[in-house]
Design a protein around this ligand. Structure first.
Ligand code: EPZ
Length: 419
């Protein structure tokens, strides 16, 4: 296993090109199961999770090739198998996204239950209830969801208690080939869902309500292969904005979309960062002292839970008090113990963390526990005095395309070593 070593205290200066969104690419790759032909997907990030879903897709009979550095050509002429095995699904929960398209294409799917992960139990009951509403029979046995439908799926009303991102995506992909109309209420509104809707629409699907919490799908008989560009990764963008806040400096982020982060900019300006947005770039400068802010994670367009850990690292560097409410996942404070090893003063009380900033952190050996927690430890290391070593960086490789290279290019002293 690798570790990342950081010599902190250096400001970041220069330009970082943002990659395509992991959580945009995963459902769009799954959607290529819906119809035969060759689909072209641009701006695909080079990540462990992308390699995992492509490996999973190959087991169904999909073939793919890199048509360019970040462009995939995916051929789904011969989709014959429909089993997503535990050994692949346990490494990436988003594998559950193949359930809807396999049912829509083949009328059958056998997908391992993903199991929990560091940040929570992560059940998929909303996915299963929604597919049952569309006429699928689902049985749980030996840790697998056995799903089948006699004939085709049939449109229906599906309501989500919580606006589930992949739940909305799964039901959308099942509904596009169902007979009749499906209405999804309390749908998630993350921009990655609009990216998927654009792909499905280009494939011939009939979907109304893009970017709203009420999606109406009129099933069609046939779809055709399509071409799409993955939207910029808003969480990678936010991660680097926070990194400049922590390390100080002046960085220009390119190939990004400021409109995808409506709730972050005010927060960061209130902490003392200077932000200048253009159509697909953001200039971020931090030269003065940091001020503490409070955070409440909420479904989009609220503050993203995927940026909570990164903001917590930033708040430890203020001289104030910050209250952070994690409202989406029940256990997303695994980074707290590691930040405390670096001298942070944080008290967790249920879904709330109270951060008392002391203006600095000290380098230490810390351990990554999940994808975004590992990003928060890298951010802390950039600001800390001395050397920080982050172990288990395979978590980071799941969701960040060359974070070490991108940070080194703007002056960070950061490198990988064999553990
Ligand atoms: C997606 O996960 C993202 N993953 C997560 O990003 C992100 O943190 C999350 O949405 C919230 O924004 C992908 O898009 C691949 P949810 P997802 O269903 O869809 C509960 C990252 O770092 N729930 O919106 O799994 C659930 O437990 C990852 O890139 C049920 O109870 O999240 C949670 O409390 C981490 N039953 C809440 O809903 C269900 O059937 C929201 O979860 C589904 C979800």
């Amino acid at each position: 296993m690798d570790k990342i070593v950081i010599e902190g205290g250096l400001p970041l200066e220069g330009e970082i090109k943002i990659s395509g969104a992991k959580n945009g690419a995963l459902p769009i790759i799954a959607a290529t199961l819906l119809c035969p032909g060759t689909h072209i997907i641009h701006n695909v990030p080079d990540l462990r999770d992308i390699r995992t879903i492509l490996q999973l897709m190959e087991t169904f009979g999909i073939t793919w090739e890199k048509a360019d550095t970040n462009t995939l050509a995916i051929n789904s002429d011969n989709v014959s198998s429909f089993e997503a095995s535990y050994d692949l699904v346990k490494t990436m929960r988003a594998s559950v996204l193949v359930l809807g398209p396999l049912l829509a294409r083949l009328g059958q799917a056998r997908v391992s239950l993903p199991g929990g992960c560091a940040i929570g139990a992560r059940p998929i009951d909303f996915h299963m209830q929604g597919l049952q509403k569309l006429g699928a029979q689902l049985e749980l046995e030996q840790g697998y969801v056995d799903a089948k439908v006699n004939g085709t799926l049939r449109g229906n009303a599906v309501y989500f208690d919580i606006p589930s991102v992949t739940g909305t995506e799964n039901i959308l992909m099942a509904a596009v080939l169902a007979e009749g109309e499906t209405v999804i209420k309390n749908a998630a509104r993350e921009p990655e869902i609009a990216n998927l809707i654009d792909m499905l629409t280009r494939m011939g699907a009939k979907i109304e309500g893009r970017n709203t919490d009420r999606l109406v799908v009129r099933g069609v008989k046939k779809l055709v292969p399509a071409e799409i560009e993955i939207i910029p990764d808003r969480i990678e963008t936010g991660t680097f904005l926070v990194a400049v806040g922590a390390a100080g400096g002046d960085v220009n982020l390119t190939n990004c979309d400021p409109a995808l982060l409506p709730s972050l900019f005010d927060k960061l300006r209130n902490t003392g960062l200077y932000l200048k947005e253009d159509k697909n770039s953001i200039r971020v400068i931090r030269s003065g002292p940091l001020k503490s802010v409070d955070i409440k994670t909420m479904p989009y367009p609220g503050f993203p839970t995927d940026l909570q850990a990164q903001m917590m690292a930033l708040m430890t560097l203020t001289e104030g008090l910050s209250v952070i409410h994690e409202n989406i996942f029940e256990n997303r404070f695994m980074h707290v113990a590691e930040l405390k090893r670096m001298g942070a003063d944080i008290r967790v009380d249920g879904g709330r963390a109270i951060v008392k900033g002391h203006g600095k952190l000290n380098g230490a050996q810390v351990m990554a526990t999940d994808l975004r927690a590992s990003a928060s430890l890298v951010i802390a290391g950039l600001a800390a005095q001395g050397i920080t070593e982050v172990s288990r960086v395979y978590h980071l490789d799941r969701g960040y395309d060359d974070i070490v290279g991108k940070l080194s290019a703007v002056g960070a002293k950061i490198w990988r070593e064999k553990e």
